[in-house]
Design a protein around this ligand. Structure first.
Ligand SMILES: Cc1cc2nc3c(=O)[nH]c(=O)nc-3n(C[C@H](O)[C@H](O)[C@H](O)COP(=O)(O)OP(=O)(O)OC[C@H]3O[C@@H](n4cnc5c(N)ncnc54)[C@H](O)[C@@H]3O)c2cc1C
Length: 288
């Protein structure tokens, strides 16, 4: 196996252009599992761990640009205040060892419907920055992920970064698993409150071929909040509306039966997560 080890981003893009078959490796927490189980045997690997540009993050036009190589541990420590939803999701990923190695770029690269970083990115309308030696393009994350473990990365491209708006209001993430740590989500839900545009965004994880925005639920709760002027009054969301929100989240899911859980259970659990994350986030908004 040939291992290419560029020291700069430009060199990495050149190498990906001349070796399109090369499989990138960042933290290796997905890729090494594939190699260990002999599910993949790439002839060439492109090691991205020596590229300083990939581990940078900073403000960018009112948004945040976060390098694909920023680990979960750094996201939690350095960006927890600006991206609370993504930080909560990051805390549920694997173990400290996995969070020290694993990157959001790798989660995007794998594009698993169970990838825990993805629902918070969807609920913030994040964009993925892709680069090749020919140039750079940005795609909404919902267009980047095209199916289970599929995305539209071209063979000469690498994921450079993602762009995400800092939180404007409370954000939540909740994940169902068979135990509290080191568990792949049976299903999950990310929820973000955007007071500036009077919106609530909700994205389902691990209950469909890709993460799914619960658009009907979002529309419903935006109407309730406006109709009762709850944005200004800060009154609680009526129980019936929170329950209906949960039902609409549940209806947006497209789960299958698999080893981790049945479709029926996932539907049920998402109804509960919808109601619960909305109540938590709205309580935080009211009390702020
Ligand atoms: C024990 C264990 C527990 C885990 N628990 C969780 C969990 O709770 N939740 C969860 O979501 N995941 C979990 N994972 C999976 C994994 O940790 C995450 O998906 C992580 O985000 C992968 O990041 P990485 O940097 O290690 O990716 P890598 O393994 O290095 O790469 C993953 C994929 O992305 C591609 N890639 C990486 N970087 C780039 C780039 N810049 N440009 C283009 N392609 C790129 C690679 O080619 C590969 O296909 C777990 C894994 C293990 C081993």
């Amino acid at each position: 196996m040939q291992v290419l080890q560029p020291d700069s981003w430009q060199e990495a893009l050149e190498l990906k252009g001349t070796h399109p078959e090369a499989v990138p490796i960042a933290g290796g927490t997905d890729l090494m599992v594939e190699l260990n189980f002999d599910r993949r045997r790439p002839a060439t690997i492109l090691d991205l761990t020596r590229i300083p540009e990939l581990t940078d993050w900073g403000p960018d036009n009112g948004s945040l640009r976060i390098g694909a190589g920023v680990t979960y541990a750094r996201l939690i420590a350095e960006l927890g205040d600006r991206l609370p939803g993504l930080a909560i999701a990051s805390r549920t990923v694997g173990s400290p060892q996995i969070r020290n190695r694993g990157t959001v770029g790798g989660n995007l690269g794998t594009s698993s419907p169970a990838g825990d970083a993805l629902p918070p990115l969807f609920a913030s309308d994040a964009e993925v920055e892709l680069a090749s030696r020919g140039g750079t393009r940005c795609l909404p994350v919902g267009e980047f992920v095209t199916g289970p473990k599929r995305n539209c990365l071209a063979e000469d491209e690498l994921i450079a970064a993602f762009h995400i708006a800092p939180a404007e209001g409370p954000q939540q993430f909740a994940k169902i698993g068979t135990r509290n740590a080191m568990v792949i989500a049976v299903c999950s839900l990310a929820l973000s409150i955007w007071p500036g545009r009077r919106a609530v965004a909700a994205c389902i994880g691990s209950a469909g071929p890709t993460p799914i925005r619960a658009l009907e639920a979002e529309r419903f709760i935006a109407e309730v909040l406006d109709e009762h002027d709850l944005w200004s009054s800060g009154a609680p969301i009526p129980d019936a509306a929170a329950t209906r929100f949960g039902e609409l989240v549940e209806q947006a899911a497209r789960p299958i039966d698999d080893v981790r859980g049945t479709a029926r259970y996932r539907h049920h659990a998402l109804g509960v997560l919808g109601r619960r994350t909305l109540s938590w986030a709205w309580e935080a908004y009211r009390c702020a």
